[in-house]
Design a protein around this ligand. Structure first.
Ligand code: AHZ
Length: 326
């Protein structure tokens, strides 16, 4: 007991000795050593409530029609969002993420290990984002996957034309007929709070909400003067929510079957995922990237190498940018 007291006294004395030289963001505000003078500016509880909800509802209103809807904020979806938002500040980009925490599987490099591996030339994307890495010749290592994810996420969130709706799941696609032969085009996404989506079996029907793609007139018909909005689906490989659009699209497009993700083969998988990512030919205005492409087209998985996630996102983003530029 006395030992503990001695240790505390020493620590306090040291802090006191150094206090004059400690600088932090509040060091000019707090004048007393024990912070007894510290106070927050006053606020009402209702003010906090309104500050959040008014902005959220404004965003719901603003993004009720979006130019780009990205489903899934994992490494591929965030990489795509960064490239699209950086190049086209005029496009309204809504990211729908079913999890509370955006980032998908990219908070760790693999299993429970921290380092993230990217094969060259995917490191050029890291240069663009100003993320440090160790250069190992053919591949690079970011010291923690969370450094990649938090950096790309923060940059994406800073773009004024991007809104992330997290804890929201895409439950279905909005489709509209094109022509007379039964073909449809994607015209939006059907959304619900993830907790509601998870509770459909135990609650009476709780109807969803919708984000419509841009390019329509008030009466619901195409506005030929405007580009049609697009959906980029990056919901990862098959899982409780994953591969959502791939699984839905095979019920719409009779020419497509769900390939299912194949066994791990790093060398083949990464190039194949990049090759198969981008515009989907069977249903208009749908694009895929990341492991959802592998599930749709029956490709190998690559395991813990993330180059193809970034690059497939960039490739899909390039195609989307071309669509809006044409
Ligand atoms: O929560 C999901 C995750 O954040 C989200 N998501 C899935 N279904 C959704 C839905 N609505 C909204 N219906 C949904 N959001 O999508 C995100 C997918 O991120 P991810 O990291 O799972 O996928 P990715 O393709 O970007 O990265 C995959 C990383 C992998 S998996 C893998 C392997 O298994 O071999 N290897 C790599 C590099």
């Amino acid at each position: 007991m006395s030992q503990t007291t001695t240790a505390n006294t020493t620590a306090t004395t040291q802090l006191k000795l150094n206090a004059g030289s400690i600088e932090h963001s509040l060091s000019n505000v707090v004048k007393t050593e024990d912070w007894s003078d510290f106070q927050f500016t006053p606020i009402r509880e209702s003010t906090v409530s309104r500050a959040m909800t008014s902005r959220y509802f404004k965003d719901l209103d603003k993004y009720a029609v979006a130019d780009v809807v990205i489903i899934g904020a994992g490494s591929s979806g965030l990489s795509a969002a960064y490239v699209i938002a950086k190049n086209r500040p005029d496009l309204k980009i809504a990211i729908i993420e079913s999890n509370v925490a955006p980032g998908g599987g990219a908070w760790l490099g693999g299993q429970l290990f921290s380092a993230m591996i990217m094969r060259k030339p995917a490191h050029l994307f890291l240069n663009d984002l100003n993320i440090q890495y160790e250069d190992e010749g053919d591949y690079v290592v970011v010291k923690h996957a969370a450094l990649f994810t938090s950096t790309v996420l923060s940059k994406v969130l800073e773009f004024p034309n991007v809104k992330l709706f997290n804890a929201v799941a895409v439950e279905d696609l909005v489709t509209r007929p094109v022509g007379t032969d039964g073909q449809v085009t994607a015209a939006g996404v059907v959304t619900n709070w993830t907790l509601v989506a998870m509770a459909h079996d135990v609650q009476s029907c709780m109807d969803p909400n919708v984000i419509e793609l841009s390019g329509y007139q008030d009466n619901g018909t195409r506005d030929p003067s405007k580009k049609h909005g697009v959906i980029l689906s990056t919901t990862g490989h098959d899982g409780p929510f994953g591969a959502f659009t791939a699984k839905r699209i095979v019920t719409i497009d009779e020419n497509q079957t769900l390939g299912g993700m194949k066994g791990l083969d790093m060398n083949h998988a990464e190039a194949a995922v990049v090759k198969q990512s981008g515009k989907y030919q069977g249903v208009g205005n749908v694009y895929f990237a990341g492991m959802e492409s592998a599930t749709l087209h029956g490709l190998n998985r690559m395991g813990p190498t993330f180059g193809a996630m970034a690059v497939s996102g960039i490739k899909a983003a390039e195609e989307i940018l071309k669509h809006f530029a044409e």
